[in-house]
Design a protein around this ligand. Sequence first.
Ligand code: FAD
Length: 443
Amino acid sequence: MKASIANWGNYPWIDAEIVAPGNEDAIIDVLNKNQKLIPRGLGRCYGDSALQTHIISTSKLNHFLAFDEQHGILHCQAGVSFDEILKIFVPKGWFLPVTPGTKFVTCGGALASDVHGKNHHKEGTFSDHVLFFHLILPNGQKMRCSREENQDLFHLTCGGMGLTGIITDVCFKLKKIETAFIRQENIKAANLDEVIRLFEESANWTYSMAWIDCLSKGKSFGRSIMMRGENAMLNELSQKQRKLPLKVHSDGKLNVPFYFPSFVLNSFSVKAFNFLYYHKQTTKEIKNIIHYDSFFYPLDAIHHWNRIYGKKGFTQYQFVIPREKGREGLIELIGHIGKKNMGSFLTVLKLFGKQKENYIRFPMEGWTLAMDFKIQPSLWKFLDEMDEIVLKYGGRVYLTKDVRMKPHFLLHTYPQASSFIDRIRTINPHIISSLQSERLEII
Ligand SMILES: Cc1cc2nc3c(=O)[nH]c(=O)nc-3n(C[C@H](O)[C@H](O)[C@H](O)COP(=O)(O)OP(=O)(O)OC[C@H]3O[C@@H](n4cnc5c(N)ncnc54)[C@H](O)[C@@H]3O)c2cc1C
């Protein structure tokens, strides 16, 4: 099928030939055609990582293969989504070990980006819970990869942005839960120092993140709302919640039916939104028990929310800087956003825990900030300036959100990038590549 296609940021759009093979032989047939191609899940990466003139969609690799009820070990095909997993396994008392801020991602996509959630400091990334997966290499060979078998391919593929081959199925461990609810505390922080202190005090909480207002200045510079949570136990639920303690999320009914005109989002509307969001919570602290869907996936409630950025689309810029230089770096980076009036609605701050360096996996121990910016001419220079500051503090930028990073920035900020590139070029003779891998001169 020929189609015009973009990922979540609606930028860039390209014309591509999309095929959706339903089994391994069909995947090998596609690879044998020797056309440049990239695997694609649900296209929730923001930029150009899952774009190429030929795309292998995993939409037909959507079967559950096995489940070990005693240990919570799930084996499923790579196109199965987190949404589908939750619908089946929450009622059985199991949850995802790590989840990003949307449930509309596939297992293959989650592994290829090695996604993190609000629990990185305690429970690592998605691949930390993966026991094994199967991969079809660009030459058509099928490999089983784990920490014991084909270890190097295992590590190259976790966070390898689809460049090692097609992941056909993934086996990973789910997390036991007593209820589908989260005991949540929302705490207002008057400024950056207070939110940093709150993160440090919350080290024992399983889940934590903060929404931060990037445009506030003076004494309220960095004002935030920190959200922390724990899986709730049965005895913590209200009478009503106890009637269905393992309740599954429902499909969102709201929808943004068309692209907003691009003038709707400007620095005034962003400032107004941030002001209202901060003041919506009238008390210093709120404690409540909420459903996992509201805690982990508030944005999923509105389908196509990405259209509010207009037809030209948007990008998400997510960086991480080492913990020891965190305060200084955050002051400079958030200060730069304010100085250039480039506010973002949904700026999210998290503190990553310890992380072993591994090829081009994104996390490192430190502060990570994710911001959405609509595409406009002044954006590219501004993001290059942000890169310079990130580089100065020894940080890096997340590839699954990227659409404009430069090759030298990748090489300078990911210490193992050049060995990743060497290894990829050995196993992948220019068959699998994305617009991103070409731009970054990986392959
Ligand atoms: C609202 C929102 C919130 C998000 N929050 C977070 C977050 O908190 N943390 C986080 O880490 N990420 C987050 N993300 C990013 C998202 O989790 C990743 O981009 C994820 O990889 C998307 O999965 P997907 O199935 O849509 O993959 P795609 O977007 O289709 O592809 C992503 C990458 O995976 C590769 N890939 C996909 N399937 C396969 C396969 N079967 N074999 C080999 N390679 C494959 C693609 O080639 C591409 O490089 C968020 C995204 C959105 C839209």
